[in-house]
Design a binder for this molecule. Sequence first.
Ligand SMILES: Nc1ncnc2c1ncn2[C@@H]1O[C@H](COP(=O)(O)OP(=O)(O)OP(=O)(O)O)[C@@H](O)[C@H]1O
Length: 212
Amino acid sequence: MTLRIRDLHQRYGDLEILSIASWEIGEGIFWIQGENGAGKSTLFRTIAGMLPYTGSLVLDGLYDLKKHPVDFRLRINLGEAEPLYPSFLTPGDLISFVAEAKKSPAGQSEMLIDALGINYLQTPFGSCSSGMVKKVSLAVSFLGKPSVIILDEPLITIDREARAALFALIREYRADGATFLLSSHEAFRDEGLDVTETFVLKNKTLSAVWDV
Ligand SMILES: Nc1ncnc2c1ncn2[C@@H]1O[C@H](COP(=O)(O)OP(=O)(O)OP(=O)(O)O)[C@@H](O)[C@H]1O
């Protein structure tokens, strides 16, 4: 079992966004659908250990986020839908910092920088285009040896070449055992991605979708 959720509740103030009694996935590529505001980004941030929650989240059958926060976070990466970084920081700074935190193997940062065409390593984020910021956020979500990579709306703002490079990386990491949770309002059908299962987030919970 790659990821197991039990009795997960997530709220902002008095507003409950998630109430998931039980959800489990093995290895694969999972597409998470949902209308605007359904709570996909909230779900992803919660699974990535970025928001307080009640319930249990277990990765690889071994690491409970509450009991093993460091081991859990080392093995799960999140690429945010609309990433925001301090304007004074450069892509080079961010990539080196995350590479160290994620125990990235030698040469991996350079491979990702090259694959995604990141050519403004020393330009502060404040002067980078939104597509460049997004490419950097995608690059850092592949650093280390993650069991699960969550990509929230990975296709927004990136150009055609970066899109092709992203799908190639997803296929490569999947072949190496990584599991993906992807959200997108666009279908992935034409991209040659073998989606294992599709779920829809609706009424605060996840349900399987059989006929997409
Ligand atoms: N920090 C926050 N504080 C309070 N409410 C929030 C916060 N973040 C999100 N919400 C609310 O929680 C709900 C779920 O938002 P979320 O961004 O998770 O949805 P989403 O499915 O990712 O939407 P979209 O497809 O539009 O990106 C929305 O009603 C949103 O307004």
